[in-house]
Design a protein around this ligand. Structure first.
Ligand code: C5P
Length: 209
């Protein structure tokens, strides 16, 4: 039988990463933040002066990606996310990153992967799929609070605008658009704190075959 996989998808800033990491710890599974792969390709494009909207050039960079490109704390920021979502629209880029993600999902101990198309494209056979959402306002508010806590000056209206733009780009692309798999369970965290969201996710996992 295939190793156990939990697929977590959802829009930017919905709290997927925090949730996925906690689930991985709780159930003793490996964890892969697949957004980091796209962020690393976006970063390479930037460093090399490659146009992120050039499908062929971005695809070449994705094929050059090596794991050491992933350990860079600055990949997490908003700007890297923007570049990521631009290169992520190209089939050439997505194809180049598929094997790495599927190999990770086949680890003998099982794994949690989070992203946009884990349940639909990367691991369509995953026994557990959770689509994590929250309203754009709540996601923008959380991101604003996070940045404020780091002492950064931020503008809620601007962040809300960015969240909506990223949603539109991720949902509107023709390859692997952001959408729940038909057999995914929806988890709306708009009114849940991290603890409550974690408990709700565990309930979904525990109720799965
Ligand atoms: O999740 P994160 O914000 O790190 O992802 C950055 C961008 O990478 C997303 O906005 C999306 O365009 C892209 N992405 C993707 N498929 C994934 C993970 C991320 O297209 N599985």
């Amino acid at each position: 039988t295939d190793p156990y996989v939990i697929a977590i998808d959802g829009p930017a800033a919905a709290g997927k990463g925090t949730l996925a990491k906690r689930l991985a710890e709780h159930y003793g599974l490996g964890y892969l933040d697949t957004g980091l792969l796209y962020r690393a390709v976006g970063r390479l494009a930037r460093e090399r002066g490659v146009d992120p909207d050039d499908a062929e050039a971005a695809g070449r960079l994705a094929r050059e990606l090596v794991p050491s490109h992933l350990d860079d704390g600055s990949l997490r920021g908003h700007e890297a996310g923007e570049w990521a979502s631009r290169v992520a629209a190209h089939p050439s880029v997505r194809t180049a990153l598929t094997d790495f993600q599927r190999d990770f999902a086949r680890r003998p101990g099982g794994a949690v992967l989070d992203g946009r198309d884990i349940g639909t494209v990367i691991c369509p056979q995953a026994p557990v799929k959770i689509f994590v959402t929250a309203s754009a306002e709540v996601r923008a508010r959380r991101r604003t609070d996070e940045l404020l806590a780091k002492g950064r000056g931020v503008d809620y209206a601007q962040i809300l605008d960015e969240v909506r733009q990223r949603d539109a780009r991720d949902s509107g692309r023709s390859t692997a658009p952001l959408r729940p798999a038909s057999d995914a369970r929806l988890l709306d965290t708009s009114d849940l704190d991290i603890e409550a969201a974690f408990r709700a996710a565990c309930a979904i996992v525990d109720a799965s075959p």
